[in-house]
Design a protein around this ligand. Sequence first.
Ligand SMILES: NC(=O)c1ccc[n+]([C@@H]2O[C@H](COP(=O)([O-])OP(=O)(O)OC[C@H]3O[C@@H](n4cnc5c(N)ncnc54)[C@H](OP(=O)(O)O)[C@@H]3O)[C@@H](O)[C@H]2O)c1
Length: 274
Amino acid sequence: MSAGNNGLGTVAIFGAGVMGETLLSGLLRAGRSAERLVITERRPERVEELHDRYPGVRILDNIEAAEIADTLVFVVKPQDMGALLTEIAEHVRPGNLVVSLAAGITTAFLESHLPEGSSVVRVMPNTPALVDQGMAALSSGKHCSPEHLSEAMELLESCGRAIEVPEHYQDAVTAISGSGPAYVFYVVEAMIEAGVVLGLPRATATDLVVQTLFGAATMIKETGQHPTVLREQVTSPGGTTAAALRRLDDHKVRAAFITAMEAAAARSAELSGQ
Ligand SMILES: NC(=O)c1ccc[n+]([C@@H]2O[C@H](COP(=O)([O-])OP(=O)(O)OC[C@H]3O[C@@H](n4cnc5c(N)ncnc54)[C@H](OP(=O)(O)O)[C@@H]3O)[C@@H](O)[C@H]2O)c1
């Protein structure tokens, strides 16, 4: 079956670690047939685990998978990408779609290691994809057709949202949504710790913070109101929230977030260049 057929061809996921398994399980939940999904993995114990967990999904070696796939999805670590490309390049058929989820690996790098004219899409996903709430940003390579880009979008939408961005945004995207869940977890940890300092049992503090985060995120998404408006609604003149926000400003927390994300983007650019 050829690629560009609304995603009904065979999809092979190379590297079924955290993100690879997340995508696989999302595709199955979205109704893809297990017979049209293939994964590759190099550790025998992991192969066994995946075989038990996803009956019907074929687990092949990289070359076999490259030969039968219409769409190839690379989900190995960036440092393993060169070896994977060298191993399978000559087995990638012209007309196939190649999707890479590896941070910092450019479409130019992928194209230079694949047969001339290969259709490539670079993606920055994030871990909320595990619960079908991922945010993925896609950039197409120079030979990628609109049909192939839509097919890649559809793949990623199996575990959340997906948008297209110009490739030169990818370092910023990595800093914001790729690493983003970690900053949110960090804030959650700090708020739970604050609850404990104020004498709340840890479990109570955790319940309060987690539901507050979920509620606030849902408000931003569902009301469409700007976060500033929503924050002002909670901030009465001379009240408790104003006192807390004043301290956050004293500690330059907003500036610290911006500096932190600038550092993440700079690191992403540095890793891309290596
Ligand atoms: N996790 C995230 O939050 C996140 C976010 C955005 C992007 N990503 C991207 O997703 C990619 C995967 O990350 P991850 O967190 O899922 O890493 P991971 O859990 O280490 O998964 C990578 C998997 O690929 C396997 N692998 C490596 N080389 C291989 C090869 N040549 N053939 C077959 N399998 C191979 C690894 O096997 P071994 O265990 O034997 O090494 C491992 O199971 C990375 O490129 C990362 O940049 C991850």
